[in-house]
Write a protein that binds this ligand. Structure first.
Ligand code: SAM
Length: 220
């Protein structure tokens, strides 16, 4: 199977034709091999525009949504970025091809270790992976130019807003699973933030101290 051809087709049909314009995002999607971020045996489905199971009840997100979130974060080449919810590592890998450095945090140890191994195999060196609760952010590495949260929170965690640099952007799905909205929060001053609604989405829950509890009825 010619993965390069499938990848180009996916980018053309599910990313460019659906309105993604940021050339750095399109370029990253053309070079990061999504087939290396899915479970063995699922490579042939890697270039469909759909989420896929990665174990632990989690998913690698749909390519279009990943592209949209990264585009909306307005990343620059010098940016330091936090991704909360490493999962397979695919979104972090894309971000690492655009920004200066990526910090990525995942609550499931197996997924975090697997993602780290994938980055090493691909020779992607500008990423740090940690196991932990990303609803609290990554204090030691803050402030960030952008934070992308790849799981849905009940509300915007205050700690994540605080870890944005001035002008920094936080992209986060917020709300119950049946009414989740993608938000962009931009830090406009020491204690001022601007919030925009970017549309409806459906993500697995962000589970942590400043997020849903594992027993929340919307997600059990
Ligand atoms: N970005 C990932 C990718 O490209 O494969 C997909 C992320 S998946 C939709 C959401 C991930 O968020 C899951 O792997 C889940 O375990 C993780 N997660 C949920 N709550 C978290 C938390 N508080 N801290 C860190 N990771 C969390």
């Amino acid at each position: 199977m010619d993965m390069n051809r499938l990848r180009d087709h996916m980018v053309e049909h599910h990313v460019v034709r659906r309105g993604i314009r940021d050339q750095s995002v399109i370029r990253a999607m053309r070079i990061v091999p999504r087939e290396k971020f899915v479970d063995p045996g699922f490579e042939e489905f890697a270039y469909e525009d759909a989420p896929l199971s990665i174990g632990e009840g989690q998913t690698i997100s749909q390519p279009f949504i990943v592209a949209l979130m990264i585009e909306k974060a307005h990343l620059g080449a010098g940016d330091k970025v936090l991704e909360v919810g490493t999962g397979s590592g695919y979104a972090s890998a894309l971000i690492s091809r655009i920004a200066r450095h990526v910090y990525t945090i995942e609550r499931h140890e197996r997924l975090a270790l697997q993602a780290r191994e994938r980055f090493e195999k691909l020779g992607y060196r500008n990423l740090d992976v940690r196991v932990g609760d990303g609803s609290k952010g990554w204090t030691n590495a803050a402030p960030f130019d952008a934070i992308i949260v790849s799981a849905g929170a009940p509300e915007v965690p205050a700690g994540l807003k605080e870890q944005l640099d001035l002008g920094g952007r936080l992209i986060i799905p917020v709300g119950r699973s049946d009414e989740q909205r993608l938000k962009r929060i931009t830090r406009t001053g020491a204690s001022t933030f601007e919030e925009e609604d970017l549309g409806g989405v459906l993500f697995v829950p962000l589970i942590g101290e400043d997020a849903w509890t594992t027993t929340h009825p919307m997600y059990t």
